[in-house]
Design a protein around this ligand. Sequence first.
Ligand code: ADE
Length: 241
Amino acid sequence: MRIDVVSIFPEFFSVLDVSLLGKARQAELVQAHVHDLRQWADVKPDGTPDVHRAVDDSPFGGGAGMVMRADVWGRALDDVLQPGGVLVIPSPAGSPFTQALAADLAQAEQIAFACGRYEGIDARVAEHYEAAGFRVAELSLGDYVLNGGEVAAVAMIEAIARLIPGFMGNAASVVEESHADGLLEYPPYTRPASWRGLEVPRVLLSGHHGMIARWRREQQMARTRLRRPDLLADDDDGVAQ
Ligand code: ADE
């Protein structure tokens, strides 16, 4: 997979060089390219040269803050988006980014992340690339507001890249983890079996695989009911909605 990121803070993405994602880059499962939006900000909206390389302007209709310009983003994405590529625009106004969506996006040949700042990117950018035949996804990390799309893009890249076949050392841990089956994961335990007066649940020491599997499933259900009741279907059978 090829990942392109366009941002006014390209240095934010140095984290892509470390940890598992760094290994995936070395193994050439993922090629990540980070671009500075200002390289496409050399002209003003009226077409005259802009030595200041501004990327934003005040909102039509009034209101607080600044909006990122469609002309600047259009030049950037015309260069960066490849045929068949997916355009992802992180935004607190987007639809929720989920594990299912991460798994779906892990199949893409290219994903281009357009990281907005300020009050966001002129709405015509998403509209234009959708009309041009690209898959465009405005996605939110959660119900809170970050200063820009950069942190959200890093989180999405990590969630997507680890689902690319060959990325994880242990394929079973992808299948068993939280959200893979629509439930939260069961609580994990390892040695020592007794720690500060706290004992590991006895069933895990029993060697009885059937009982362990049943206990883990019960724990998944109990945790999900307590912490994330929204994930449970009406009939409470553990199948995600
Ligand atoms: N940009 C700002 N806040 C965001 C959020 N919650 N999710 C995705 N992108 C964002």
